[in-house]
Design a protein around this ligand. Structure first.
Ligand code: HXC
Ligand code: NAP
Length: 258
């Protein structure tokens, strides 16, 4: 029997891409999974895929009351939350000189404020001691990347939330870490950042391991990081990026700016 059998997992933005990959992997281990995103259609499709114990909520992470209601309903229906994944995010490449204030604010609101809303709304429903939180950031959280000013700022903020709340909530037995994925194949993020075969080739060339990652690469890291095997790990940012961040993101920047 898996150690995740019957555990309660909540995934914000868990209806597509990397976050759905994580939700799928936990469900495969027997966890009871709740997903939340804006589109009711995407929520319904994800719940259908994730099996009989899955539930879902259509809510925007920028609305704290809606987020809190989804988390409260999860705890009421499934029990205390063992694993919280905050992964909802928005991104588009845009030069800062012409980006509107609203465009910058939209990404910061979804990524950073949304992550705070999810963490804050979850706190009272987390299993204590024992819960694990993972915030999904990106290599942009510390590697400056042209045309990604909004994402770089938002993801850096999330990693500071990870570290700060790891200190605040550690005494109640809650571990908090970030995962910073590199370029992941077949995702909306990479469709937006490297939409042409040329951009994809330049991105691949920037990765020391010479390939895009898979959603399974990220899900495996999440599975380990939330398990007792990582029971003394908190406040870290785990890069799962094929080594991309080691060399900075200069080649990736060229791909985005091409
Ligand atoms: C410049 C843009 C823009 C673009 C939107 N805006 N797209 N500006 N270039 N390509 C501007 C709009 O004109 C508007 O400003 C403001 O942003 C808000 O746009 P809305 O469409 O009204 O916002 P909203 O409906 O809230 O949608 C949020 C969004 C959207 C982020 C803009 O793209 C979205 O919903 N994305 C979710 C899916 C996604 O992005 N997945 C990828 C995640 S990958 P004005 O001034 O006109 O009002 C990721 C990191 C990946 O996060 C790292 C990969 C390596
Ligand atoms: P994706 O498929 O677009 O996933 C984003 C998810 O967030 C979707 O489920 C989306 O569903 C939801 N979402 C977006 N805005 C929301 C909002 N305001 N409120 C609630 N839910 C919202 O993108 P992805 O590429 O897999 O990215 C997933 C995560 O990995 C993100 O945190 C991203 O920053 C990170 N990441 C991705 C890559 C990559 O290579 N793709 C690399 C590094 C980091 P709805 O549209 O239904 O709301």
């Amino acid at each position: 029997m898996s150690s995740y059998d019957g555990k309660v997992v909540f995934v914000s933005g868990g209806t597509s891409g990397i976050n759905l990959g994580i939700a799928r992997r936990f469900a495969g281990e027997g966890a009871h999974v709740a997903v939340m995103s804006r589109s009711q259609d995407k929520v319904d499709a994800a719940v259908a895929e994730l099996g009989e114990h899955a539930i879902g909520f259509a809510a925007d992470v920028r609305e704290p009351d809606a987020v809190a209601a989804a988390l409260a309903a999860t705890a009421e229906r499934l029990g205390p939350i063992d694993v919280l994944i905050s992964g909802a995010a928005g991104n588009f490449p845009a030069p800062a000189a012409t980006m509107s204030s609203n465009a910058f604010r939209s990404v910061v609101d979804i990524d950073l404020n949304g992550t705070f809303n999810v963490m804050r709304g979850a706190y009272e429903h987390l299993r204590k001691p024992g819960a694990a939180i993972i915030n999904i950031t990106a290599f942009q959280s510390w590697s400056p990347t042209p045309f990604q000013a909004h994402v770089c700022a938002a993801k850096a903020g999330i990693d500071q939330l990870t570290r700060t709340l790891a200190m605040e909530w550690g005494p109640s037995g809650v571990r908090i870490n970030s995962i910073a994925p590199g370029p992941i194949a077949g995702t909306e993020g990479m469709r937006r950042l490297a939409p042409t075969p040329e951009a994809e080739a330049a991105t691949t060339a920037a990765v020391p391991l010479g390939r895009y990652g898979t959603t399974d690469d990220i899900a495996e890291a999440a599975l380990w990081l939330c398990s007792d095997k990582a029971g003394y790990v908190t406040g870290t940012v785990l890069s799962v990026d094929g080594g991309l961040a080691l060399g900075g993101s200069s080649a990736l920047s060229s791909a985005i700016m091409a």
